[in-house]
Design a protein around this ligand. Structure first.
Ligand SMILES: Nc1nc2c(ncn2[C@@H]2O[C@H](COP(=O)(O)OP(=O)(O)OP(=O)(O)O)[C@@H](O)[C@H]2O)c(=O)[nH]1
Ligand SMILES: [Mg+2]
Ligand SMILES: [Zn+2]
Length: 286
């Protein structure tokens, strides 16, 4: 395992299992390490804050993707692989469930050439941006650098974990910001335009502006089935102004009469796509 010392040097270290009280080290962990003979031994993992974890699809155990992070970058591409709202919604729900602020990065804007591409980009901004779900959305290109300065400014002085489908360009973004890094960028499957799961383990990268970036392997999807029906609503930040205003106190905003969330979506205060996504998730977990 690689650890980074106080001066920012990467050092190869080993762990002594027994000292963790069952805690396995995860990317972003803060730890004490000591030199023992010619080895560096991780001796203690410090208490974690800001954890991004995901349940295994069957909900039996959870996997910590990163620790001590204060923002999640949901990294997707406009195309190759094509943007899917389902992935973004699940990733955002996971971030909210973990009480971490999220930012959406839409990569490969250099491929935004036709009318269909431009309207998809506009739609993403409308649904998820400040006038929609309220998330910061950054269209970028690791190919020509479009939007990357603004994004860098947005994440300064923070530790961010990048998550997204394989091939969206997570590692490419890290490499764009620090070209001297020895990181593997993957090719896309020519038939499906999807990634080939190039990054196989998470990697912590220090950038200037006091930014720590955690690159992770691409995910097929975030499982959200562990979230109880009556809590899912709180993972949609744009619902919050309407929650508590429904006729029934225990309304979960499905078929109940007098539902303030439903009527907000009908009157354009909540984007219909997001309300429908919420309904679909509730129906799926039933
Ligand atoms: N056109 C274009 N291609 C890009 C851009 N960013 C990345 N790519 C390409 O997309 C492919 C996948 O990039 P990676 O950075 O390996 O993607 P990843 O998200 O790290 O994928 P995994 O490690 O498999 O999860 C590579 O062929 C990159 O060259 C971009 O902004 N524009
Ligand atoms: Mg990668
Ligand atoms: Zn309601």
């Amino acid at each position: 395992m690689l650890i980074i010392d106080e001066e920012g040097n990467e050092i190869s270290a080993i762990t002594a299992g027994r000292i963790y009280h069952g805690m396995k080290p995860v990317p972003g962990d803060h730890a004490y390490a000591a030199r023992v003979d010619d080895k560096v031994l991780v001796e203690e993992i410090l208490p974690r804050s800001g954890i991004l974890q995901r349940p295994s699809p069957l909900g039996r155990s959870t996997q910590i993707i990163a620790a001590n992070v204060n923002r999640v970058l949901v990294m997707v591409s406009l195309k190759n692989p094509r943007f899917t709202a389902g992935f973004v919604n699940r990733a955002l729900i996971s971030a909210e469930w973990n009480k971490l602020p999220a930012t959406i990065v839409v990569n490969k804007m250099d491929l935004c050439t036709g009318d269909a591409d431009r309207s998809l980009k506009e739609k993403i901004l409308t649904v998820y941006g400040q006038d929609g779900a309220g998330y910061p959305v950054f269209p970028v290109s690791c190919e020509n650098g479009y939007g990357t300065d603004l994004l860098l400014e947005h994440i300064k002085r923070s530790t961010v974990v990048m998550t997204g489908p394989s091939g969206s360009g997570k590692t490419s973004l890290a490499k764009y910001y620090n070209p001297s890094l020895d990181l593997r960028i993957g090719e896309l499957n020519p038939k499906t335009s999807k990634g080939k799961h190039t990054t196989v383990s998470a990697r912590l990268i220090l950038l200037d502006k006091e930014i720590t970036l955690i690159d992770t392997p691409g995910l097929r999807m975030f499982s959200i089935e562990n979230i109880p029906d009556n809590e899912l609503q709180f993972c949609f930040p744009e619902f919050l102004p309407f929650i508590g205003k429904c006729r029934f106190r225990d309304c979960i905003h499905m078929a109940e009469p007098g539902c303030a969330v439903k009527s907000a979506s009908e009157n354009g205060y909540i984007h219909m796509d997001r309300y429908n996504a919420y309904r679909k998730f509730i129906e799926e977990t039933e």
